[in-house]
Write a protein of this length. Sequence first.
Length: 468
Amino acid sequence: MTVDSVITSVLGIEDFAGYEQNVYEKYQEIAEREIITKLNALLSNSIFLKILKQWGAQCACGFLEYREITIRLKSGRQWKVLSPVFLKAKPKRKRGRSPKRQKGALRHLGLELLGIIKRISPALIEICVSMAVLCPSFEVAANALRGLGIAMNEHLLQNITLRFAGLAKNVRIECNGDPAWQKPGIKILICVDGGRIRERRKKRGKRKKGQKRQGYHTDWFEPRLLTISQFDENGKKIKSITPILDGSCGSFDDFFELLKEYLLWINLDEATEIVFSADGGNGIWSRIDNLISELDLINAKRILDYTHAKQNINIVKKIVSDALKLSSKEIRNLSTQIRELLWNGNIDGIADLVRERLNGKRKAPKAALKKLNDYFGDHSKFQYKTFRDNGLPTGSGTVESAIRRVINLRIKGTGLFWKREHAENIIFLRSLVLTGKLRNACRKALGVVRNMFDNNIIGDLSLAGYSV
């Protein structure tokens, strides 16, 4: 008797993988039939309809009729439901103008209230959004979904993703919510940095004769990312607490306003350590200083990333070695000497070394000292040995890693051009997915519509025995 025949006699099918898939599909269909039955019962309930009519009056929508439509649940299978349809009131006609065709005139307020977007259930939205932001493009994501048995074209997938992002950004801070950020005695590391992607900006002016499309500009711009993580007494990141990760494609001031909102939500008053870390980019540290002043964070530490400091001090080293035409061994010795002074935060010692070694030279001392003054002017941000001895981190590696994982692997690449608002949506959603917070975001975002209701209305519905 062969192995295949034994497996077939017990499972009824030749391979275990096929048997497992069949069982899941069987019971998933049973579960979805129950969901559709309950959903139809809720949508046809007279109390629920009364509440929808109250909401419709606020939205300038009137109840029209019940219509049979199809929605898709987690498996991707289509199911029929009887949904109450509301008609949006026509806008007032302006004198001398014919009314434009009204978009979105018909609304399924019952489905909207339950978090069903584009006739897609919340559980399926979670799967779609995850695929859309993890895959390199919407087209690849749509193909991956088809491989899972969920038929969806890339345009619908993009529409769902961006619409969900719009809802989630209304509760942006709550999406990253975690009780661990409200505990007393926490040690917080705040890092900021920027990436580089290409913007898709439509060209202005009249289209040239014979040209099918107007075309667009593809200039580089800098999306900015923030990470807020907790560290232990040794300055190491606490991996059991997922960091707050988010970004902005707006102005520098908009980005720091977003950072401020997150910091106001965190329990900073009882935090034992608050550390800001970044590279030496233009405009970063002046805004960090303003933020520290606005939030009255008197004991906050400011640390310029050690890796970037080493890269910039190497420029000083190269100026000295080139001017003196040092050998490889002498360059290594000079590098060790300068690195040791940098680690100890002795920037003045490096300046003295430059003056001593370049004594008698004309241009080299000025160039080296200018670099020291421009980048290493505030010596308090370079006391790395003191930081390490006090159990503080010495770099912004968390945000450097996040730039690669969030921006470079999804929205930066050959032939990729983005509108700023779309790029920010993908950065926001990808950050949620990579930190494992998408499910929480789905609960918060898809409940935004429900929050529009008065507590008494929700109370009436709950008394009727229906949970929304």
